[in-house]
Design a protein around this ligand. Structure first.
Ligand SMILES: CC(C)(COP(=O)(O)OP(=O)(O)OC[C@H]1O[C@@H](n2cnc3c(N)ncnc32)[C@H](O)[C@@H]1OP(=O)(O)O)[C@@H](O)C(=O)NCCC(=O)NCCS
Length: 152
């Protein structure tokens, strides 16, 4: 019988020492601009975009010790934290976004947020399915963008 080696997932707060591995993850993410124009396609803009997140709550996700996912919570409207999450294409469908989002719920609750909002491309079926499965509910959508929300 074949033995499938389990991969080890780890989620923790992003640290200063993660800056270079995080840039490397985003520099090799394909396609760039996939999620409402993010990550920025231009390398300089992309690195500035990451540097500009210092005030956000940021989590890093690791698969077998390699930084493979990143989640950030930004202050939004009406007591909401706005969640952004990217998992490198080589490490998708292994539960990393789910593990990051689970940790983000605890972080958002501890920070006093009342809900988590996520804005996705309307055609992003994978993210939509994952958000619904996690317990997020649709708030509105137009032809380009959709908002999903989780009450804490
Ligand atoms: C959306 C994204 C974060 C999902 O990351 P992930 O680590 O692969 O997600 P998970 O493995 O935790 O998936 C959880 C569930 O979401 C759904 N899902 C995720 N990707 C999917 C896809 N491509 N197609 C269909 N369903 C998908 C599935 O229900 C999945 O559970 P399953 O694998 O047991 O069927 C990742 O594809 C990504 O980085 N996309 C680009 C950025 C983006 O769109 N972010 C959206 C929020 S800002």
């Amino acid at each position: 019988m074949p033995v499938l080696a389990g991969r080890e997932l780890l989620v923790r707060r992003l640290k200063d020492e993660d800056r270079l591995p995080l840039e490397a993850m985003y520099d090799t993410i394909l396609p760039l601009g996939e999620a409402l124009g993010l990550p920025p396609r231009d390398a300089t803009l992309r690195h500035e975009w990451l540097a500009g997140m210092r005030e956000a709550i940021q989590l890093a996700g690791f698969v077998d010790g390699r930084l493979a996912g990143h989640l950030a919570l930004f202050p939004g409207d009406d007591g909401a934290a706005e969640l952004m999450c990217f998992v490198h294409q080589d490490f998708r469908r292994q539960g990393l976004a789910t593990a990051l989002t689970r940790a983000a719920v605890e972080e958002a609750q501890a920070a006093g947020y009342r809900r988590i909002a996520v804005f996705i491309d309307t055609h992003n079926k994978g993210a939509r399915q994952g958000l619904l499965r996690f317990g997020f509910r649709p708030v509105w959508e137009d032809l380009e963008e959709a908002e999903y929300s989780l009450t804490l």
